[in-house]
Design a protein around this ligand. Structure first.
Ligand SMILES: [Fe+2]
Length: 266
């Protein structure tokens, strides 16, 4: 029994689940029908060898987005992170927003420079238009609110709301990259169309019929740990992530690669 449990825990910690989402919205231009986004979140210096890159290659994404915690602040290794990033860049353009672990790093500027020198689009409260056949979508990147709290006296929710209002374009399809799922209300109020998040690590231990056990900034039995959450014109996807931090083991909570396919109505 103990051996079987050990095998199961090992298997479910060393395999990666690919979760596919098809997102329909009238604002998605016809030129973006079938546009594929691979999301890597909470990598935390995990050494996946060729496994993760192989799965990503198989999906043939148009872009790759990294939604925070590429490195872990307690076992920081820029080399592992950059090896992964440089392999990912051979598959598709990479867009990155920093997470709370990057906010804790004294050497974040060094990591940022390495990412930018490699050709990664680092989005810190910035947007980039993605253009295809004269159509475009708005890709917005919000840095982790821990960066805001370092420099501003405003509260986290207000800072994120103000930043979103300045970067979203009501006439376009707006995709937001931000590490934090617990800011769902702010994304809905800002009328973001698609928000890609992580941070919760699936609740670390997933209890059948209940969900995740614990997540940072949400505590026990957190509401936002995985899957898609929809309200108004907003769909928020939460990746369970690919690495771990304080707790090195997941239970019933396989690491996850999220793949989103945009679907146009026209
Ligand atoms: Fe994380």
């Amino acid at each position: 029994m103990l051996i079987a449990a050990g095998i199961w825990i090992t298997e479910t910690n060393t395999n990666i689940t690919i979760t596919q989402y098809s997102i329909h919205n009238p604002k998605i231009p016809a030129a973006f029908h079938g546009f594929k986004i691979a999301q890597v979140s909470d990598f935390h210096n995990q050494q996946w060898g060729d496994k993760l890159i192989g799965l990503m290659e198989g999906e043939k994404p148009d872009i790759i987005v990294v939604t925070g915690d590429l490195v872990d602040s307690s076992h920081t290794d820029f080399g592992i992170a950059m090896d992964f990033i440089n392999s990912a860049l051979k598959i598709a353009p990479v867009y990155y927003v920093p997470g709370n672990h990057e906010a804790r790093l004294n050497r974040y500027d060094t990591l940022k420079k390495q990412l930018m020198d490699s050709g990664v689009h680092v989005l810190e409260n910035q947007r980039e238009w993605i253009v295809k056949k004269e159509a475009k979508i708005n890709l917005v990147g919000i840095e982790d609110p821990d960066f805001f709290e370092r420099s501003a006296s405003d509260n986290m929710q207000k800072s994120v709301s103000t930043t979103l209002q300045s970067l979203l374009d009501t006439n376009s399809y707006n995709i937001v990259l931000c590490h934090r799922p617990e800011l769902f209300t702010e994304y809905v109020n800002a009328q973001a169309n698609l928000v890609l998040t992580g941070h919760a690590h699936g609740g670390q231990i997933r209890i059948p019929f209940i969900g995740g056990l614990i997540a940072p900034d949400q505590g026990f039995f957190p509401k936002f740990t995985e899957g898609i959450h929809s309200q108004g014109s907003t769909n928020m996807i939460i990746s369970r992530g690919l690495g771990n931090s304080i707790l090195p083991i997941r239970i019933n909570n396989t690491p996850e690669l999220v793949v989103v396919s945009l679907q146009s109505y026209t």
